[in-house]
Design a binder for this molecule. Structure first.
Ligand code: BTX
Length: 325
């Protein structure tokens, strides 16, 4: 509830200080019993909150539990994520975000779930999204850009995610064009960018981000064990999912504002600095089913991959799975 979220925010803002029940009531205009009930709920969610007679309530340790209150309590953005739709479980945050966008959801709306029963990747592939282990979220944005520019937003998202992972966990991942974030060849994050358009006008872009955070290596199904990893499997410890979400949104907002004001150039440079495939021999399997072997020369100003084959032809690859040889 809104009141619970606001109580949490007050406690986070005054961490390690006592806040009297009365002061909380006065600020929020609710009863002391209501405050007490919300505090009980927060304690159940894993927040360590002391209560001492005559002094009030004090938060001693933040909880890393994924909840609406926890994500909202320390958002560092102006706009992104403030309209938050949190669910314990959903078939797919991407599907939910599509419905919300069709119904006119505001720019910056974020859908987060603690579990997805039918998470999906590109081309209808499955995305493994078990309860309590990862970040499964979809962001709705409504930029005024042309259709052909939308792949740029996948690249922008990759940069924001790599920066956020580094900030919060210290792990330095790389990006494999167009949408994978890898560490030692294993997929940590997948990004799915989809759009709603009318003629050549973008109505909404829905950016799905799936990140393996606290899964144990043994939690992955056999067919993924060789290809996927979680951040915990790299660092040996659990990581704070709300903090990672907040960091992704913060970096995304900064990069996105730069992008809208100054164009793709800066984003492109940043993206190239994290790219794993540039300058390497790769196979690109296109959606049509062709496989092209060549040298990944770079990306163009639209985010399209430039692949040079043996005969010197440069192919423009809009969408493909690539394999670094
Ligand atoms: P993709 O098509 O590039 O990758 C999908 C492939 O990745 C699968 O076929 C499988 O081999 C592998 N895979 C499946 N699950 C995992 C996992 N947890 N970790 C690593 N590899 C995996 C990538 O598509 C885009 C994925 C976006 C997922 C987000 S989660 C929030 C949002 N909601 C939703 O339904 N999808 C997006």
């Amino acid at each position: 509830s809104k009141t619970k979220n606001r109580i949490l925010k007050m406690l986070v803002d005054h961490q390690n200080e006592y806040l009297s029940g009365q002061k909380i009531c006065d600020c929020l205009g609710c009863s002391r019993t209501a405050v007490w009930k919300h505090i009980k709920d927060l304690q159940k969610e894993g927040f360590k909150i002391d209560s001492v007679q005559k002094k009030g309530y004090r938060m001693t340790a933040p909880s890393h539990h994924l909840s609406e209150a926890n994500i909202l309590s320390s958002l560092k953005t102006k706009k992104l994520g403030h309209n938050l739709k949190f669910h314990e479980t959903l078939p797919s945050t991407q599907k939910e975000a599509h419905h919300l966008a069709e119904d006119g959801a505001a720019d910056g709306t974020l859908v987060v779930a603690d579990e997805q029963s039918t998470g999906r990747g590109r081309l209808g592939r499955e995305w493994h999204s078990p309860m309590g282990t990862g970040i499964w979220m979809s962001l709705i944005i409504r930029p005024d850009i042309a259709l052909h520019q939308t792949p740029q937003l996948t690249l922008l998202t990759s940069v924001a995610v790599v920066k956020a992972i580094h900030d919060i966990t210290g792990v330095e991942c790389g990006i494999k064009w167009p949408n994978d974030i890898l560490y030692n060849g294993k997929k940590i994050v997948g990004i799915l960018t989809e759009l709603q358009a009318e003629a050549s006008h973008v109505k909404a872009i829905i950016i799905g981000i799936g990140m393996n955070v606290n899964a144990d290596a043994a939690d992955f199904p056999d067919e993924l064990k060789k290809r996927a990893a979680s951040i915990k499997s790299l660092t040996g410890r659990e990581h704070d999912r709300p903090a990672i979400i907040q960091a992704i949104l913060k970096h995304f907002e900064l990069l996105y504002n730069t992008y809208l004001e100054e164009g793709f150039e800066i984003i492109k440079l940043l993206w190239e600095s994290y790219a794993l495939s540039l300058g390497k021999e790769i196979y690109a399997r296109t959606v049509k089913g062709d496989t092209i072997k060549g040298l990944a020369k770079g990306i163009d100003d639209e985010g399209v991959l430039l692949l040079e084959t043996r005969d010197g032809t440069v192919h423009h690859i809009y969408s493909a799975d690539i394999e670094i040889i």
